[in-house]
Ligand binder design. Structure first.
Ligand SMILES: [Zn+2]
Length: 142
């Protein structure tokens, strides 16, 4: 599904894009949007489309929708999605860390299914341990 996009200026906001749930129009925040790499733009568009298609305000579901649309479609697509989340979200809320973690797990699991190599499952376990230790205090405040 391809939603309509419109380049606008959302004053006082650092959000790259905003979806109008009623019309399905994605408003791209020009001052911010114009500087993003193409791979980030692709992810954000799919993320907003996910909100619309799934009729959800849940950020994890929208991220997961974007992941499914883009994973494995282009060389480097997986790592680009991790990068997008890490760069675009500023870490100002616990949800940002949790979304990063969810995306990292998505990518590792995709690699496992793609190759059958169990090292990716071990990486998820390692990541979960280290991530929880590192962000225990942030996540506890959720
Ligand atoms: Zn969202």
């Amino acid at each position: 599904m391809k939603l309509k996009t419109e380049l606008v200026t959302i004053l006082g906001s650092t959000t790259p894009a905003q979806l109008d749930m009623d019309t399905g129009t994605i408003y791209l925040n020009a001052p911010y949007w114009n500087y993003l790499p193409q791979a980030y733009k692709d992810f954000i568009i799919q993320h907003e489309t996910g909100h619309y298609v799934l009729k959800t305000y849940n950020e994890f579901e929208a991220d997961h929708y974007a992941f499914e649309q883009l994973a494995g479609k282009r060389p480097g697509s997986l790592w680009k999605m991790i990068e997008t989340i890490a760069d675009v979200l500023d870490g100002s809320s616990p949800e940002h860390y949790a979304r990063f973690a969810a995306m990292y797990r998505n990518v590792m699991y995709f690699n496992y299914e793609d190759t059958g190599d169990k090292k990716y499952l071990l990486e998820i376990e390692r990541f979960n341990r280290e991530f929880l230790i590192k962000h225990r205090n942030v996540l506890r405040s959720r």
